[in-house]
Ligand binder design. Sequence first.
Ligand code: ADP
Ligand code: MG
Length: 617
Amino acid sequence: MSSNNRESAESGVDGTPECNILVAIRVRPLNRLELEQGSQLVVHCPEPDTVLVQCGARDRIFSFSSTFGPEMTQQEVYNGCSVEQLISQAVTGSACTVFAFGPTGSGKTFTMAGSVPPFDGRTQDPGLYGLMHRSVTRLLEEISNKEQAFTLSASYLEIHNEQVHDLLNPQIPDSLPLRWRKDRGFHVENLRTVKFDNLDGILAVIGEGMRNRQTSAHCLNSESSRSHCILTVEIGIGPVDPRNGSNSSKWGKLRFVDLAGSERVKETGASDKTLMEATAINRSLLALGNCIMALVDPKRNNHIPYRDSKLTKLLADCLGGNGVCLMIACVSPSPLSLMDTMNTLRFASRARKIRNKPAVCMDAKDKVIRSLQQDAKELCAENAFLWRPFQLLSPGTACPGHNTRLHQSTNNLTVTETGERRGFSLLPSSEDSLYWMLQEFLWENESLREQNKELLRRMKNCQEEQQITQHRNRQLLWKLQELERLILSSPHGNTGFTWENIERLNDSPTAQLPSPPLGILNYSRTPAGQVSQVFPVSNRCGSQQDQDQQQPDQTLHHRNKSRSQIGRLMDQHQRHDDKKLLPHDLLPASYNSVVPSAPPLPTTPDQPAKQQQSVNR
Ligand code: ADP
Ligand code: MG
């Protein structure tokens, strides 16, 4: 499988929530040495998720995802530790890691690989098969039940004295380089991967790796691991591209990590080579502990010291990253190992608080498609939302972009009226169709963006116009009130002229009009009997009648013009009561000389100067 176009999906693309890593505890039975010394069990599992430690007079209780006492079989541990859940997630594209940790001789290798390594030619008791054997069996079963195409490959490496070695290619004595790449994270270069499609294939890989790993005997374990071993099964999901042999879709990962145990050199009697190994093991386990401390520290800054060791670099994705993780802490039940047991349980309790953000590992192209799909969905929703006010204004309004563009159906893409995409396959038949489909998505999104921008602009214009109109209405209302006040306060204000009276007169068209307030206003009836012309005679009234007599035609024309203007103003005033809408242009030029002008329009910082001018006009 080519790794060129691999990229881990960002968390949240699939709405995947954060989750704590799973931590299980396994307590091994007392070994021969401990029984000979007459040790009693001091570590118990009273509940399936509780560990009780008898520390002198005091009992200490810890709780974990699952716990397994000394009597638990390999099958029971496999069934109860949720590893099957991880296998299912790996098959759908997650990076899943199971790792065993604990002091030396506590049963890590037994838990992961079983009692007798399968490589030594002896037939292993099926009841003693370890997690690796059972998990790969289950993995093969699971993918055989699926319709999708899968490709499986495995690699096996060890970190010995801080050097990475390929357990499937032991001829290379040099340490393999460990590199970081944005799309892959930390990875070992030039590692041999072996393809397999059946159980024998993967068991051969495990056997080969187990045979090549570094072990030696010391006082606490006759076959002590001197290195951290990592078996990685990669699961390519989707059809293989015949041109480059890579999967064109997603891939999952199932990783089994058998850590070397922490050692007290005084107790193991390590010297020379084993002393050097013990130092390297303890140093890398310390780095692992520091990363876990940093990850669960509430006051932590963003720095997690993954780079302090090769082990932590390789485990970075499952510790606070995008992977799914199950830790199995192995402990001895003997009082002789009480201090190590307590340290391991405290370490495990801390690790339980680590939160990962599991994400599907997917091909870069698929990632682009998914993110475009997401974008398009959001844009469609936004578009529909923006169209709503316009449709309310005129219910028959069509959404041009929405209907013409979005109803197009290309490849497997269909967009419904509500903007949802349906029937879109992530696996295009060829590279070309994928290219066109991506193009279509890009055009589609671009068009929606443009449309939304235009709708936003129109909405903003409407709001501005509405504001201007409201202000004009306020001005007119204020002026009308002022006019009324002037009439009432004039010496002729007692003529009965009020807006209420005019309305009453309109209701009874035959009623006699009261005398107009001389020098201030004049009014008349329309042929239909409506009081439609109310106009100021202006403060020039003293000489007005004389002038009328001198130039009858001109004066009559001027007065008729004013009458019609004020009449329109009255109409508008009535309309204002209904709709609060009055165009200011209807005010006669002489009006402002009689009635003081309204207060100025409050200026908002974002109001364009042009609009301000038009309002003040
Ligand atoms: P570690 O890998 O932690 O150093 P091992 O897995 O090598 O320890 O176990 C040390 C010894 O204890 C082995 O001989 C193994 O068979 C035995 N052992 C460990 N756990 C169990 C168990 N649950 N049941 C029976 N024997 C066990
Ligand atoms: Mg071991």
